[in-house]
Design a protein around this ligand. Structure first.
Ligand code: ADE
Ligand code: ZN
Ligand code: ZN
Length: 259
């Protein structure tokens, strides 16, 4: 019995440490699935060819899956971009020379637009793009460097130790207990004008938008605070809107590349 209990404790803690660095798998897949609804026929065909028929949701977590492989270590900093508190301009001069989320998205677009790029390279960068546009819409992926985008802000999620970044990456979505397809099917109905407003702007504008959201959300918790139902009630609608915006904008980028 004691051995069994120890095993259960190990399994539970292993599970809580895993996957703590991104919109969880469900969030990334939901954004990718929403994007599928907004693709033009031409873009769909081009993507189908590149991904050999695999859907965008199927490849949405590839960029996380390769993180544990030392051969892909260089892509680690590509998942986030930091803006200091109140910083309103992305400064290329002070940007991370190893790359960041903004540079990553531009690089993916550049490769996918290049007709001479080999097929395997296109496949790699398309998978990365699907993931990164998701990351861009998790506000704390455009958080402050000083606390690693909220990773160093300790809170409790129900009865479990956690941090602000992880609550926004995965814990609200996981607690909601909807599959990615259910999330994609239950997005808010938008008017043509609302969709257009979401599509408006360039990648850098979306960076600033997430940065401003993060700036405000830092004040949504006290250090060490126990978060749960009430926090979900206030902030899950924002998470769901971000997943939808990410999907619409990912489709916009892909439609422009393959249009
Ligand atoms: N993940 C790891 N480091 C990070 C940072 N500085 N900002 C956002 N997300 C991160
Ligand atoms: Zn994250
Ligand atoms: Zn990521």
């Amino acid at each position: 019995m004691k051995k069994f209990l120890i095993l259960v404790i190990i399994l539970i803690s292993a599970n809580s440490f895993a996957n703590d660095n991104d919109w969880g798998k469900t969030g990334h897949r939901a954004t990718a699935e929403i994007a599928e609804e907004y693709l033009t026929e031409k873009a769909k065909k081009a993507i189908d060819r590149i991904l050999n028929g695999q859907g965008l949701a199927f490849v949405a977590n590839y960029a996380d899956d390769i993180k544990s492989d030392p051969d892909f270590r260089e892509y680690g900093p590509w998942h986030y971009v930091n803006l200091a508190e109140g910083e309103t301009e992305y400064d290329k001069a002070t940007a991370n020379p190893k790359g960041d989320l903004y540079q990553a998205i531009l690089k993916c677009i550049e490769v996918l637009k290049n007709e001479d790029a080999p097929a395997d390279k296109k496949e790699f960068y398309l998978k990365m793009l699907v993931h990164f546009v998701g990351d861009l819409h998790q506000p704390f992926h455009v958080g402050r460097a000083a606390d690693k985008g909220g990773n160093d802000i300790q809170v409790r999620w129900y009865n479990q130790g956690s941090n602000l970044h992880r609550v926004w990456d995965s814990q609200m979505i996981d607690s909601y207990q909807m599959s990615y397809t259910e999330l994609a099917e239950n997005t808010r109905e938008l008017t043509r004008a609302q969709i257009k407003a979401i599509e408006e702007g360039a990648v850098i504008d979306w960076v600033y938008e997430s940065g401003e959201m993060a700036d405000e959300l830092y004040d949504s918790v006290e250090i060490g605070e126990k978060l749960g139902y009430e926090y979900m009630y206030h902030h899950l609608p924002t998470v769901l809107k971000q997943l939808q915006k990410g999907g619409i904008r990912l489709a916009k980028i892909l439609n422009e590349i393959y249009g």
